[in-house]
Design a protein around this ligand. Structure first.
Ligand code: ATP
Length: 490
């Protein structure tokens, strides 16, 4: 296991993000999915006409999945989007249907895809990817978009990810993987405080503690390594150097070889205004992120994304799917905080709201290995999403509170993406999770998008609801004359 990784400073440029459309008939995708020469082809539908409508399955039930389903439903040639298990939002959208199968029930999902004749499955959350859903679907000859379990280790094991980055010279915080408290304390004494302690496995965004004193280091190591806090996920702990800078989310689509960057975005992980309070799954996001200037974009592509994909390919686990790099923009250049092997949540909501290209066509062509021939078209406006959460989140919270205001007549530039909601027999949807919904608005400027989001969010509520009131503040300060330009519009 490596001990320290230092950043490196290559600066030469990479191909730029393109933002013109390259529409392609859905028939191209049908031809691919129904071609008997492709392993991921859904054999059950092989004899259907190429222009017959397509069925898409979205796996998951959060805000990201509502956004993926909403975007897929707008794609040409799609007749129905099944969402398993979905939420109250996907239950009521035109062209969508919830199916009561959990996102981690791979056998159930496989059965569903076969019996419903699903043409393409898109996986939202990390857990089924880590459990090998893509491998299982591929064995059955079904198209499923996401990385294999082997490539998904980039997210499912932080120790794997750090050792991978060390091996491939990808800039990240210095670190050590430890399995006992004394070893951990000795490393922190050498490294100096503050440090970041991360449970090795998947911990739903809660396995990261920033420790500013030795007592917290010791308590956290004991808690994680004893298995009390995170079970198996905490049997190893990654201790990292604390990085200073502004964070950005950099999401790309990859086909195992080639890569296409999506629009930039920025998340707000802390619960309270001005990035205070505990870490959460994300309290809001916006796109584009002006902090990702063209130069920063090129550096992230060159120093992080390209070597990561090349490294995975060289290690025998090429990556197909959405790859998310959470990046800290330090004075030494961008450094990886974490990899996610799927779309970010809540970044998916603003990013997909800006996507004008046909998502299902883009994914179909990615599976076909044609990424280099795709150009993405983005709405020029900013999109900003604010998460409304349940009182008590990210710790314990109630469920089952009726949500009022969802029947408001929202304008075209505003969309309420549901997350932790469920449909009630009669009456409005009720809360069913910590992050309940993410209202997303488009605006000509980041400030206008923010004003729209908060104006319309005021129409919605439920008992104990809360949200941050400053989503987008960094980009707005930047826009209001900090001297740093607005950056590229993607
Ligand atoms: P997610 O909910 O996105 O899955 P996660 O639990 O995988 O998050 P990380 O993204 O690794 O955890 O860390 C969560 C947050 O903790 C980061 O967004 C960042 O704000 C902070 N953080 C993580 N690592 C560092 C570091 N080395 N230095 C400073 N802050 C850090």
């Amino acid at each position: 296991m490596g001990e320290r990784v230092t950043g490196h400073g290559r600066t030469d440029s990479t191909p730029k993000t393109v933002n013109r459309s390259f529409p392609l008939s859905p028939f191209t995708f049908f031809t691919y999915l129904r071609s008997p020469t492709k392993p991921r082809y859904n054999k059950r539908r092989s004899n259907q006409a190429e222009d017959s409508p397509m069925k898409i399955l979205i796996v998951g039930g959060g805000g990201r999945e509502h956004a993926l389903a909403w975007t897929a439903a707008r794609s040409k040639g799609v007749s129905q989007v099944l969402v398993a298990p979905g939420n109250a939002g996907t239950a009521t959208e035109k062209g969508m249907k919830n199916v009561d199968i959990g996102a981690e029930d791979i056998d159930g999902l496989l059965e569903l895809a076969k019996s419903e004749g699903v043409d393409l499955t898109i996986v939202g959350p990390e857990a089924p990817l880590a459990a090998g859903i893509v491998d299982r679907f591929a064995e059955a000859g079904l198209a499923c978009f996401g990385p294999s379990a082997a490539a998904a280790r980039l997210e499912s094991s932080k120790a794997f990810a750090k050792d991978f980055m060390a091996r491939h010279d990808i800039p990240t915080a210095g670190y050590k993987v430890v399995e006992d408290v004394a070893e951990g304390k000795a490393f922190v004494e050498r490294l100096g405080l503050p440090v970041v302690l991360k449970a090795d496995g998947l911990a739903a965004g809660k396995g990261v503690i920033i420790a500013e004193d030795m007592a917290t280091v010791e308590d956290t190591l004991e808690d994680m390594l004893s298995g009390n806090a995170f079970g198996q996920a905490g049997s190893r702990v990654v201790i990292e150097e604390f990085l200073v800078g502004e964070e950005a989310s950099f999401i790309v689509i990859a086909d195992g070889d080639k890569v296409l960057p999506l629009a930039s975005s920025q998340d707000h992980k802390r619960r309270d205004n001005e990035d205070r309070g505990p870490n959460t799954g994300g309290m809001g996001a916006y796109s584009p992120a002006p902090v990702v200037t063209e130069a920063v974009h090129e550096r992230i592509m060159h120093d992080i994304i390209e070597p990561t994909l090349a490294g995975l390919k060289a290690d025998g686990c090429p990556f197909t799917g959405f790859l998310y790099a959470g990046v800290m923009l330090t004075t030494d250049g961008p450094k990886v905080l974490e990899f996610n092997v799927r779309f970010g949540d809540p970044e998916a909501q603003p990013v997909l709201m800006r996507l004008k290209s046909d998502l299902v066509d883009v994914i179909g062509r990615t599976l076909k290995g044609e990424l280099d021939r795709i150009e993405l078209e983005w709405d020029e406006r900013f999109a900003l999403g604010v998460v409304m959460a349940a009182g008590g989140y990210p710790e314990s919270y109630d469920k089952g509170h009726p949500i009022h205001g969802l029947d408001t007549d929202f304008p075209e530039n505003v969309k309420v993406f549901h997350a932790g909601t469920s449909a009630a027999e009669d009456g409005p949807a009720v809360t069913n999770g910590g992050r309940v919904l993410c209202l997303t608005a488009l605006g000509e400027t980041i400030a206008k998008a923010q004003a729209q989001a908060y104006q319309w969010l005021a129409h919605i509520g439920f008992e104990g609801a809360f949200y941050r009131t400053d989503i987008g503040y960094r980009a707005i300060h930047r826009d209001q004359g900090s001297g740093i330009g607005p950056g590229p519009r993607t």
